[in-house]
Design a protein around this ligand. Structure first.
Ligand code: BGC
Length: 251
């Protein structure tokens, strides 16, 4: 099953990883105030315990995740930095847990079942929400933890200028916001020359308002899976990570 930890809610459901469909209605519990490690891990356990499933649980987290340990905390409690999320969630859920960055998970789901399906070459997915998450793929294979939302643009982190939260908080019109987003995409295009950009996050439902205003050479498409991409990608990560562990040379 997959669990998606977001700023406002922690959502989970069992997933058929062959079709990318949820096999039961998802459960959503509000993220505890402050989103400190233990209260979040307890809610993760509650979500997992709502379903009669077995096996490894995939779980997203909105930070750099290296070997199950959170290494950054841009939009969450700073106590997460250095927290072994893999062990903590394993402890509260009594299950084996694979932890993956939230945007990487959403990207995995889009590449397998959504807007990036069968897409070879370089693909960049950005999730536009509270922050800007990123996922980079080469021939369908994920390069994890890219953090393009923290590129510096006009002296500020890209996500502070061009996230969906920045649009709402500053009351930016579509044109004004699209110009800011275009700058972020333009920078990424200069650095990576991707073939395709996929834009996710809730605002991608309104993609007709801003995608036509963008000027990148690469094609830009909205994400196809929207709400469930995180949950589906978390479940996919279980398999990807297992393969990775199995081929990691022993030291
Ligand atoms: C974090 C990323 C995360 C993104 C979206 C950023 O602030 O640094 O790790 O993927 O927000 O949640």
């Amino acid at each position: 099953m997959g669990v998606d930890i977001g700023g406002s809610g922690i959502k989970g459901a069992p997933v058929d990883v062959e079709t990318g469909r949820l096999t039961a209605d998802r459960v959503r519990i509000p993220t505890p105030e402050g989103a400190a490690p233990l209260p979040v891990a307890e809610v993760v356990a509650e979500v997992v315990g709502s379903f009669d499933t077995e096996g490894t649980v995939g779980c997203t987290f909105p930070a750099v995740i290296v070997d199950g340990v959170a290494r950054t905390a841009a939009n969450v409690d700073s106590a997460w930095i250095g927290t072994d999320a893999h062990s903590l969630f394993g402890h509260t859920t009594h299950r084996d847990v694979v932890v993956i960055n939230d945007a990487d998970a959403a990207g995995l789901a889009e590449m397998r079942f959504g807007a990036g399906k069968d897409h070879e070459g370089v693909v960049v997915m950005l999730t536009l929400g509270t922050g800007i998450g990123s996922a980079l793929f080469l021939d369908g294979k994920l390069v994890p933890n890219t953090e393009f939302g923290h590129l510096e643009i006009r002296g500020k982190s890209a996500e502070h200028r061009a996230s969906d939260r920045a649009r709402e908080e500053r009351g930016l019109g579509w044109q004004e916001w699209a110009e800011r987003l275009d700058e972020v995409l333009g920078r990424l295009e200069a650095l990576l020359s991707p073939d395709l950009f996929i834009l996710g996050g809730g605002v991608s439902k309104k993609s007709d308002r801003f995608i036509p205003l963008l000027s990148t050479r690469a094609r830009v498409v909205p994400a196809a899976l929207l709400n469930d991409a995180g949950i589906v990608g978390a479940a996919l990560a279980v398999h990807e990570t297992r393969a990775h562990v199995a081929t990691r040379p022993s030291t």
